[in-house]
Design a protein around this ligand. Structure first.
Ligand SMILES: [Zn+2]
Length: 221
């Protein structure tokens, strides 16, 4: 593979850090009409100098859930490692760019979960005793052992008009580390995609979906 995003930056060199942040590839946060941008990388498959065999396989694999799940896991690990304050997501027509987003996570009020159907409930079993699940009717609810969080993105630009000369060394180091970690994530995604293309084959699987319809049944005489 010919292209790697992660660069070694000398964290004692203020000018080198400033240049790295200033010159890093950027892409739009949302749509290009509002011109808000953040650190990003161009992840288009044809940019990586891969063999045409692997390239074509990647285009086909993009249509499978398993392939997309494997790449999403890396993206969620990055968010988790950054306590969701920093996340990343695909943007651009057909999602050719991975963009660094600021964000956070909000604690949800759910207190219990049905072990039968997975339905979340606001009531606590410890407080109210066992109740029927509103979804499946089972008395199969248990209290959550840890809160459930909902991640969200803030749609502001990141360092778009930043004057890095005014930043002190600690601020610069922290930001360079973040952007370097993001670049590493992009490398990991490419490596994972190539690994899957080299070690997995695509096959067709026919599956049947159960349907319900009304029918007439004659009453027994
Ligand atoms: Zn249930």
């Amino acid at each position: 593979m010919s292209k790697e995003f992660k660069k070694e930056i000398n964290m004692e060199n203020k000018e080198e850090m400033e240049t790295f942040l200033r010159d890093h590839f950027r892409y739009y946060i949302a749509n290009n009409w509002n011109r808000l941008s953040s650190y990003a990388n161009n992840m288009k498959i044809y940019n990586f100098g891969l063999s045409s065999e692997i390239e074509n396989k990647l285009y086909d694999m993009l249509e499978t859930d398993e392939f997309n799940d494997r790449l999403s896991n890396l993206i969620w690990d990055f968010a988790l490692n950054n306590d969701y304050k920093w996340q990343s997501g695909w943007n651009g027509r057909s999602g050719g760019y991975l963009v660094l987003y600021a964000g956070g996570r909000k604690e949800l009020d759910y207190k219990s979960r049905c072990t039968n159907c997975g339905q979340l409930n606001y009531g606590s079993v410890a407080e109210t005793g066992n109740r029927k699940c509103g979804h499946c009717g089972g008395e199969t609810q248990v209290d959550l052992t840890s809160p459930i969080y909902h991640p969200y993105l803030s749609w502001g630009s990141i360092d778009q008009d930043a004057d890095f000369e005014d930043w002190d060394m600690d601020e610069l180091k922290e930001r360079v580390q973040l952007v370097t970690d993001f670049d590493q994530l992009c490398d990991d995604i490419v490596a994972e995609a190539v690994y899957l293309a080299e070690n997995y084959d695509l096959s067709d699987e026919t599956y049947y979906v159960p349907h319900t319809r009304k029918v007439l049944t004659e009453r027994p005489a």
